[in-house]
Design a protein around this ligand. Structure first.
Ligand SMILES: Cc1ncc(COP(=O)(O)O)c(C=O)c1O
Length: 346
């Protein structure tokens, strides 16, 4: 079986973790501080607070922007449910925006259309590894949270993703671009990040302002630092896999692979758009030992029984995510390409 995703971990990672375990200091400490410094340098921001997941990062970023009851937050419907949950946990109302079929991210036009005076923030997901042009969103006059869960390391207009929004959220889940098993981070200007730091730890505070235990451990941070040191190697391999897929799929009728977006794309996912619905292919390829997936399990509006999101509906029907991760071999890429070619009618 060729899995759809797989963590990339090495003996070097294991040794970094073992060193911290042997030290006896397991909880948040010097490793977390070091990881935060290194991430801030990488993302070109003044401060980073690492937290226990990407979901926690989104929630604490929104809280640091004073998102609470009565506020609305615009989020893309063609994205994972974590966005909806983060907004509702703040007591605010998610307002869903339709997708842009060119980028697979939120449509600037639809986001603009759905903004009301109650909008306190907009969450912009850099979709599947592609750094979006933030200018149309920054021009809205509402704080932008960049969701970099799938795009850390991508650059647009000479800047890393995560460096231009009011805040940025990252995820370090096992199969993300770099991992701490579970984990996340909020990046941005120091005063806002200080609010995130305050909220992630409830212990020994004079007041009872709502706080959490959303801390990362030193054990996890050691893995994160080791992985961050290899992020460029990981991204280079992902781009090489994408180029190989593009070459294999170029002549395949009814299948549009993503273009070569240079430094803008880190290919967390390699998402092709098919002319036909992808549903029957999922099972057919699985029977041949290849796990492919819809890149989004289900658009959020469908779970809410809402209509009015035609582009997200179309992408859900026609988009397919192929295996794409550093440990995928060239032979496996070719096998996936050949299986897809065989499954599509000529
Ligand atoms: C775009 C996006 N945002 C947020 C998250 C949530 O991250 P986590 O699973 O670390 O909570 C994910 C997770 O897959 C994601 O893809």
């Amino acid at each position: 079986m060729i899995p759809h995703s797989r963590p990339t971990v090495s003996a070097e990672d294991a040794e970094s973790v073992a060193r911290v375990v042997r030290s006896g200091h397991l909880a948040q400490g010097a490793e977390v501080e070091g990881f935060e410094r290194e991430l801030a340098a990488r993302l070109d921001v003044t401060a980073v607070a690492v937290v226990s997941s990407g979901s926690a990062a989104l929630e604490l970023a929104l809280r640091a922007l004073d998102v609470g009851p009565d506020a609305e937050v615009v989020v893309p419907t063609y994205a994972c449910d974590a966005l909806h949950h983060a907004v509702t946990r703040c007591g605010a109302t998610p307002v869903l925006a339709d997708a842009d079929p060119e980028t697979l991210g939120p449509s600037p036009k639809d986001v603009t259309r759905r903004l009301t005076r109650r909008a306190r923030a907009v969450v912009i997901v850099h979709p599947f590894g592609l750094a979006l042009d933030l200018d149309p969103f920054l021009a809205l006059g509402v704080p932008v949270v960049e969701d970099c869960a799938q795009a850390i390391g991508a650059r647009v207009a000479g800047r890393p993703v995560g460096s231009r929004g009011a805040l940025a959220a990252c995820s370090f889940y096992a199969t993300k671009l770099l991992t701490t098993g579970e984990g996340g981070a909020v990046a941005g200007a120091a005063p806002r990040v200080a609010r995130v730091r305050d909220a992630r730890d409830y212990d020994e505070r004079e007041d009872l302002v709502p706080r959490f235990n959303f801390k990362l451990t030193d054990v996890q941070a050691a893995l994160g630092r080791s992985q961050l040191g290899r992020l460029d190697t990981f991204i280079a391999r992902r781009r090489a896999i994408a180029a190989r897929y593009r070459a294999r799929l170029a002549s395949l009728a009814g299948c549009r692979p993503p273009g070569d977006a240079g430094e803008r794309h880190v290919f967390h996912r390699f998402v092709v758009t098919l002319e036909r619905p992808v549903g029957p292919l999922l099972e057919r390829l699985a029977r041949g030992g290849i796990a492919v997936r819809r890149p989004v399990f289900r658009p959020i509006h469908r779970a809410l029984g809402l209509g009015g999101y035609p582009e997200a509906d179309r992408l859900w029907t026609h988009c397919l995510s192929l295996p794409c991760y550093p440990s995928l071999t060239d032979a496996e890429v070719d096998a996936v390409g050949a299986a897809l070619a065989e499954a599509l009618p000529t």
